[in-house]
Design a protein around this ligand. Structure first.
Ligand SMILES: *Cc1c(COP(=O)(O)O)cnc(C)c1O
Length: 241
C-alpha cells in the first residue's frame, strides 16, 4: 500500500470534514472527486482500495482507457471534468457517471442523442465563468447580477440544456481564478451559488442545488461557500509531471 497516498488522502478528508462543519453540513454532503488525470491506473486502484469511488479525468480518451483497465471495479464512478470536444463525446455518453463541464448547448444536445443510443442518463453540471477571465471556459457570467443581456442568455441556455432528454442538470460548476486572494476566490464561489439559486427559481427542469467547485488550492473555501462536489488532484496524488 502506498503510505504517502493514504496519508495525503486522510489529510484531505479531515480538511473536508472540518470545512463542511464550518458550513454547517455533514461531511457526507460533500462528494470528493479524486482527480486522477495523468495518474496511472495502478495508483487509481490503490486509491480505490482506500475507499475512494469517484475519480475525475479531463480527457475523454484517458477516461475511456482507464475505465476499460479498471472495469473490474464496478462501483467506481468516472467524472468527466474537462471541456469536451464534440468528436470525443461518445466515451463520456457511454461511461461517465457525471460530466462537470457542459459549456454550450451543442455538446449537451450531442450527448443527449448518444445517451439515447446507449440507453443511459447523465448527470451534468453547467460550467460558468464567473471571474470573467479571458480564455476560461464556461458560460459567460461575470456580470450576471447586473447585466440583463447576460441574464437572458444564461436563463435561455440553461433552460434549453435542462430540458434535454437524458441530461440531468445537477447545478453549476466553476473554477476560481488561479492564485487570487482568498476574498476574491470566495466571492466567485458565493456568486456561483447565488446564480444557481437564481436559475432554480426560473427553470422548471433539473435540480440546481449542487455545486461543483473547489480544487487543491481552494477546496476549503469552496465547501464553506456551499460546494457539494470538490475536484481534488494534487493534494491526493501529488504533483503531476
Ligand atoms: C486538474 C483539474 C482539477 C484538479 O486540480 P488540482 O489542482 O490537482 O486539485 C479540478 N478541476 C478541473 C477541471 C481540472 O482540470
Amino acid at each position: 500500500m502506498d503510505a504517502a497516498l493514504s496519508d495525503r488522502l486522510a489529510e484531505v478528508q479531515a480538511r473536508i470534514v472540518a470545512a463542511a462543519a464550518r458550513s454547517g453540513r455533514p461531511a457526507e454532503a460533500v462528494t470528493l472527486v479524486a482527480v486522477s488525470k495523468q495518474m496511472p491506473a495502478g495508483l487509481i486502484a490503490a486509491a480505490y482500495a482506500l475507499g475512494l469511488r469517484d475519480f475525475g479525468e479531463n480527457r475523454s480518451a484517458e477516461l475511456e482507457t482507464k475505465s476499460a483497465h479498471l472495469s473490474h471495479l464496478p462501483d467506481l464512478r468516472w467524472h468527466m471534468i474537462g471541456t469536451l470536444q464534440a468528436r470525443q463525446s461518445l466515451p463520456v455518453a457511454q461511461r461517465a457517471a457525471c460530466f462537470h463541464a457542459v459549456d454550450r448547448v451543442r455538446i449537451a444536445d450531442r450527448l443527449a442523442r448518444q445517451l439515447e443510443e446507449v440507453n443511459r442518463r447523465l448527470p451534468v453540471f453547467i460550467e460558468v465563468n464567473i471571474s470573467g477571465e479571458a480564455g476560461k471556459s464556461g458560460l459567460e457570467a461575470s456580470r450576471w447580477e447586473t447585466d440583463p443581456d447576460q441574464q437572458a442568455n444564461l436563463a435561455a441556455v440553461c433552460a434549453t440544456i435542462a430540458a434535454l432528454p437524458r441530461i440531468e442538470v445537477q447545478g453549476l460548476m466553476t473554477m476560481a481564478p488561479w492564485d487570487a486572494p482568498t476574498a476574491e476566490i470566495r466571492a466567485v464561489f458565493r456568486r456561483t451559488r447565488a446564480l444557481a439559486e437564481w436559475l432554480a427559481a426560473r427553470i422548471p427542469n433539473g435540480r440546481w442545488d449542487r455545486l461543483s467547485m473547489g480544487m487543491t488550492d481552494d477546496f476549503e473555501t469552496a465547501i464553506e461557500e456551499g460546494a457539494t462536489h470538490v475536484r481534488i488532484g494534487r493534494a491526493i496524488f501529488g504533483a503531476r509531471a
